[in-house]
Design a binder for this molecule. Structure first.
Ligand code: NAD
Ligand code: ZN
Length: 354
């Protein structure tokens, strides 16, 4: 087991990462709580809830609730039923919520914790590769019909307990999804990890190697959020690949393509735009080839979709003043935020499709 710490102006919390941690979560909780409420989804709960429960003494007040897996659960309705459940089970201000699952459970349970009686402690127990990213940094949210993550807050967990053993049951497309964020972190701040990853096919990566990538990825994310918790400046770099990525998710429909698969396409596009904007050579083809070799869906965009994509990118909550804001790379490990004029963006999309 390894311990890392995230320290910022507003919070400080440990991240424990290792094999089999789900059996001993109690040992990492250093406070007594009146009640512990575990929130999980059906895919994760059926596999790991019993293991987690076994690690708590019988006298502990524990309750749990299982939501259907998938993005649709990040809804105001599920949020409300969880608050109801928490009240029915007698949770109070000295209670703890445990989010056992991927980014969906983490974002939803974290937002329930942020708002229940004006905020109670919660612990992230991530079970997807992608959640190495979402469980660190304290962004919690649910979706609105108008868009993703529009209702939420910044609310840090008191700990992150990452049992990498649980990742062995992930379906392939979720594995691909998670690695896209690791590639992103490599491009932003760890070239060595990025190059090492391009040297391996996903199928050949052993659990120990995955653990090394996860720690390196968390390190990148933690160092950035420590300096800029509320996304006033450098935290924006973590949106590399996400401007097009979010637009593709909206066009193709959530559930048809995973978040990370959309981000992988967005990363390719960001490399393409960066090469043109700064007249530099970046590892565009190496990444393209690696994504193809590892069966990532490389999405084609029709001429009609270009206009729709541009509108979506403009409406992204990160854009300002009608111009599209994008994170680009001057070189690997050197990200910058750039506003791009419409005509130029259209040109970039067209050349990308050639
Ligand atoms: P997810 O939570 O939906 O998990 C993906 C699928 O894998 C689900 O069907 C889930 O039930 C299943 N699953 C989870 N763990 C499993 C396991 N160990 N074995 C088998 N199946 C398992 O999705 P995700 O990719 O983890 O997270 C995506 C969400 O994270 C999105 O809603 C996104 O907005 C959010 N996100 C948040 C942040 C943040 O900073 N808060 C950052 C990135 C993404
Ligand atoms: Zn992402």
């Amino acid at each position: 087991m390894e311990e890392m710490t995230v320290k910022s102006n507003h919070s400080s919390y440990p991240i424990y990462i290792g094999q089999g941690l789900r059996y001993q979560i109690r040992a990492y909780i250093n406070k007594n709580y009146t009640n512990i409420f575990i929130i999980t989804d059906d895919q994760v709960g059926s596999r790991y809830l019993e293991d987690v429960l076994h690690g708590f003494p019988t006298e502990e007040n524990i309750c749990h609730f299982t939501i259907p897996s998938g993005e649709n659960s990040k809804s105001i309705e599920k949020f409300y039923s969880l608050q109801t459940e928490a009240l029915k089970n007698g949770l109070d201000r000295q209670s703890l919520i445990i989010a056992l699952g991927g980014g969906v459970v983490g974002d939803l349970a974290g937002f329930v914790a942020a708002t229940f009686m004006r905020g109670i402690d919660y612990i992230q127990v991530p079970t997807t590769i992608l959640a190495h990213d979402s469980s660190v940094g304290g962004k919690v949210a649910i979706n609105h019909h108008f868009g993703k993550n529009l209702i939420g807050s910044f609310f840090s967990p008191v700990a992150v307990i990452y049992d990498v053993e649980t990742l062995s049951t992930l379906p392939l497309h979720e594995i691909r999804s998670g690695y896209a964020e690791i590639i992103k972190e490599g491009l932003i701040a760890n070239q060595k990890m990025f190059l090492s990853l391009l040297d391996h096919s996903l199928a050949s990566i052993k659990p120990q190697q995955l653990e090394i990538y996860l720690k390196a990825g968390i390190q990148v994310k933690a160092r950035i959020v420590e300096q800029d918790e509320k996304e006033a400046n450098i935290r924006k770099f973590l949106n590399l690949g996400h401007t097009l990525g979010h637009a593709l998710e909206t066009i193709h429909g959530y559930g048809k393509i995973t978040h990370g698969e959309a981000v992988a396409n967005g990363l390719l596009f960001a490399l393409h735009v960066s090469e043109l904007e700064f007249q530099v050579q970046l590892p565009f083809y190496q990444l393209y080839q690696w994504l193809k070799d590892n069966n990532y869906p490389i999405l084609s965009i029709s001429k009609e979709e270009i206009i729709e994509l541009m509108e979506l990118m403009k409406n992204d909550k990160k854009s300002i003043g009608g111009k599209i804001q994008m994170v680009l790379l001057k070189e690997v490990e050197n990200p910058v935020t750039v506003s791009i004029e419409n005509t130029l963006m259209k040109h970039y999309i067209q050349t990308y499709l050639e």
